[in-house]
Design a binder for this molecule. Structure first.
Ligand code: KG4
Ligand code: ZN
Length: 330
């Protein structure tokens, strides 16, 4: 079979990224221009500033990705571009650029869902992974337990009813003074602590999650006692949250009789969450997660997802628009 080269383009939040992926699984380049340093001073992403920075970066990022991959423009078989979910102004930069490139070079355009991209990051890191499997998507904007039925069909089994898990990490980090983005900082500090602080858990009959209760409890504990042991607080927060994640994931795995579980999204690079999920291998589950650089936003994961959509014939024309609240099943 002829090799297929996909150009992935990602601009949904604060990373401008472009990547060339061969046959959906082999990364030839993955250029990520992060804006973290710009947004850090505001304690979070400022959408308008993000859009302007995407505009400045996108041409160079795409050109670098093609150069590093060592292929010619006319060898690209399809362009996979994130069209949602995300910040509308940020998404529009990638979508407009991808449409222009697709039109000028006559290359098919595959509209790609950012969350599908996070899931597909696992295909790059694990060449043996194939649907069906369960995927726990845990990122800054999303918390979903998903049944991956085929490469392009998905069932949502459970989701957060309030905050995304990454938001809870970032908020906790901000309140206790660790800065932005908070996830990696909580991860590091938690290693020095013990899980000795009791925090509230959620009780739902279905497979949904909730993180606002635990987030508020951590914030209140810190407000009442600013001298509270921060490593213990971070460690207890991670432990409580991970127990919730595992409880629902196992419930879903039993219900669907699936023993393959993948993690995806920025929070899946958390070392405690990874190690607790890995322990499930002793109970007969097979656990997958992407390497850290593929957990947070990047275009290689978009190219991987777009490749499978392209094989299914999914195509956009020049009417493609950004959809900020795009759902997993849209
Ligand atoms: O997937 P991602 O890059 O963006 C979204 O699509 O939302 O995820 C970013 C989120 C942030 O909330 C960040 O704090 C969190 O992932 N994160 C982590 C870790 N690394 C990144 N959370 C916990 N532990 C980490 N090591
Ligand atoms: Zn993301």
């Amino acid at each position: 079979m002829k090799d297929i080269y996909t150009l992935g383009i990602e601009s949904s939040c604060d990373e401008t990224s472009a990547s060339i992926v061969k046959n959906g699984r082999e990364v030839l380049s993955n250029v990520i221009h992060s804006q973290i340093d710009i947004h850090k001073q505001f304690g979070g992403v400022v959408p308008e500033i993000a859009s302007r920075n995407h505009v400045e970066a996108i041409s160079t990022v795409v050109q670098d990705a093609i150069k590093i991959a060592g292929i010619k423009m006319n060898e690209i078989n399809n362009i996979a571009c994130t069209y949602g979910p995300g910040l509308v102004g940020a998404l529009l930069v990638g979508v407009s650029y991808a449409k222009a490139l697709s039109y000028s070079l006559n290359i098919p355009l595959t509209p790609t869902n950012h969350i599908h991209g996070h899931i597909a990051a696992n295909y790059i890191s694990h060449k043996d992974l194939k649907p069906p499997f369960l995927c726990l998507v845990i990122s800054g904007g999303h918390t979903h337990l998903v049944h991956i039925k085929t490469y392009t069909t998905f069932d949502i089994l459970g989701k957060t009813r309030d905050d995304a898990i990454g938001e809870a990490f970032d908020k906790v980090a901000r309140v206790i003074g660790l800065g932005y983005p908070g996830g990696p900082k909580v991860d590091k500090l938690a290693k020095e602590g013990k899980p000795v602080i009791e925090l509230p858990k959620t009780q739902f009959d279905n497979l949904d999650f909730s993180f606002s209760g635990i987030k508020t409890a951590v914030i209140n504990l810190h407000h009442k006692n600013p001298e509270i042991n921060k490593p213990d607080l971070c460690c207890s927060f991670e432990k409580t949250i991970t127990e919730e994640l595992i409880k629902n994931t196992i419930k879903a795995a039993k219900k669907l009789n699936l023993n393959t579980i993948a993690l995806a999204g920025g929070v899946s690079s958390n070392s405690y969450i990874r190690s607790e999920f890995l322990k499930l291998e002793n109970e007969g589950y097979k656990i997958y997660y992407p390497e850290p650089v593929l957990c947070t936003d990047n275009a290689a994961m978009i190219a991987a997802s777009g490749y499978y959509e392209f094989l299914e014939g999914k195509k956009a024309d020049l009417n493609l628009n950004a959809i900020p609240n795009l759902k997993i099943n849209d």
